[in-house]
Design a binder for this molecule. Structure first.
Ligand code: PHE
Length: 449
């Protein structure tokens, strides 16, 4: 049964929690999806829409998770059962399922980044990056890197909240910030930088009338902020009541946006200075694993150095996100079955590793899992969380958001609750319908050919 709150693990420092939450948020989504979606979805208009959605949906929903998690001092399944009643416990299982599915393919992509980092360091990039990516993206090699990446993730989660997650975040996140900013500054010195910025940010306001751009932006916000699967909820369950939750959520959300935005300032100049826009093609991974490696290859020695840093940052971002995905699953099993951390992390981590063999062997399976779990399940979870925090647990969440908050942030709490009650549910319901359509179409396409 549920562990008692007195013996529960806890973060040792305020910064430790914030960097762990930022570590969950900042990941492949920032560098793999954001720049590409912005350039496709209206440039600066998309960025603006994204910031608005971060404020209106992202921060309130992150606070719904923070509030419920810290209140319950339990992982999602137990938290929902204890606070909201048995009928809500299944939502906890949806969260665990989402975490499990996302990590199983996320780790495969993370494995690619590790592989490319090694290539940059030891062999150099090939002259035919598209063929090369085709050869290594799926198959035994991809599976091997996925297994290795999962092993590291499991090790850190076994280390616990303070000795594993917090320590890794305090070490890795500052490093990531410095390298990303350094790389973007370097990219600004490239010849085609201007054309790259234009492609990335040229505002196309009519895109804002397109509901699909809204769906894409909202779904990007959920994925990038790690919302809708109980990750933020689980991390907050390791907090004492002195943490300023509204302020923490704001810092985490803007850190995440900042890294995504700067990633675009890095990726586009590199691609445009080598006229590789064709290689980006229709796929989001094309930019990272095909266009950038060809640019790095064309730069010779310098490209290899930059490549090492670039893929190192991707792998680090992926690792701190993977930790949070595994932690949701691990903490749920610990709380539900009274299992030790070590056993829960190893057993569930091994199960996820095995499931991940499927996306490691087949990139179409990977894409489908991303649609189902990375998009649809997160939006579904976010919708339920908004109803929970805005209606059913309103007073509990209000208490929790007030506790530890400074007077300024306490004054914002009623506004946040109003947004959770009246603004978030209708917007997310709208997005959910479009996402359901998209996901259904993707499932049909997958099985019909
Ligand atoms: N936010 C992570 C990223 O942008 C991915 C993630 C999604 C992590 C959901 C945890 C939960 O890469």
């Amino acid at each position: 049964m549920a562990a008692s709150s007195t013996g529960r693990e806890a973060f040792a420092s305020r910064a430790g929690f914030i960097l762990a939450a930022a570590g969950s948020a900042v990941g492949l989504g920032n560098m793999w999806r954001f720049p590409y979606q912005a350039s496709e979805g209206g440039g600066a208009a998309f960025v603006l829409l994204y910031v608005v959605l971060t404020l209106v949906l992202g921060i309130p929903l992150m606070l719904a998770e923070f509030g419920v998690g810290r209140r319950a001092q339990l992982a999602p399944i137990g938290a929902l059962r204890n606070l909201a009643g048995r009928a809500w416990a299944p939502l906890g299982y949806v969260f665990v399922l989402a975490g499990l599915m996302i990590l199983s393919y996320y780790s495969v992509i993370a494995g690619w980044t590790v592989r490319y980092g090694f290539e940059a360091a030891f062999t150099g990039f090939t002259a035919a990056p598209a063929d090369h990516f085709g050869q290594v993206a799926a198959g035994a090699d991809a599976a091997a890197f996925h297994v290795a990446f999962m092993a590291v993730t499991i090790l850190i989660v076994v280390g616990g909240v303070k000795g594993g997650i917090e320590r890794a975040s305090l070490l890795l996140m500052p490093m990531l910030f410095v390298i990303v900013i350094g790389l973007a500054l370097w990219a600004a010195t490239l010849d085609g930088a201007g054309a790259g910025y234009v492609k990335y940010l040229k505002p196309e306001l009519d895109e804002l009338m397109n509901p699909d751009v809204w769906r894409a932006a909202a779904s990007q916000a959920f994925f990038s902020l790690s919302l809708g699967m109980g990750g933020m909820l689980t991390f907050a369950s390791y907090l004492k009541r002195d943490q300023n939750l509204p302020e923490s959520a704001t810092v985490v959300a803007f850190t995440d946006f900042g890294v995504a935005f700067v990633a675009g300032l890095l990726v586009f100049p590199v691609i445009y200075s080598f006229a590789l826009q064709g290689a980006v093609g229709a796929s989001t991974v094309g930019a990272l694993f095909i266009a950038l490696p060809s640019a790095f290859q064309a730069m010779g020695e310098m490209g290899r150095i930059v490549g090492v840093f670039f893929f190192f940052v991707l792998a680090v971002g992926a690792l701190t996100s993977a930790i949070s995905l595994l932690e949701v699953v691990t903490a749920s099993v610990m709380d539900e079955f009274g299992m030790s951390r070590r056993r829960a992390a190893v057993i569930m981590g091994a199960a996820i590793t095995v499931i991940g063999i499927a996306p490691a062997m087949d990139t179409d399976a990977l894409g489908l899992m991303d649609k189902i779990a990375g998009e649809f399940l997160l939006i579904l979870g976010g919708f339920a969380l908004a109803l929970l925090a805005g209606w059913k647990l309103r007073s509990e969440v209000r208490d929790e958001l007030l506790a530890g908050a400074s007077p300024f942030w306490q004054r914002q709490v009623p506004r946040i609750l109003t947004v959770l009650r009246w603004v978030v549910p209708p917007i997310v319901a709208f997005v959910l319908i479009f996402s359901l359509r998209e996901t259904a179409a993707a499932i049909i396409a997958f099985f019909s050919g």
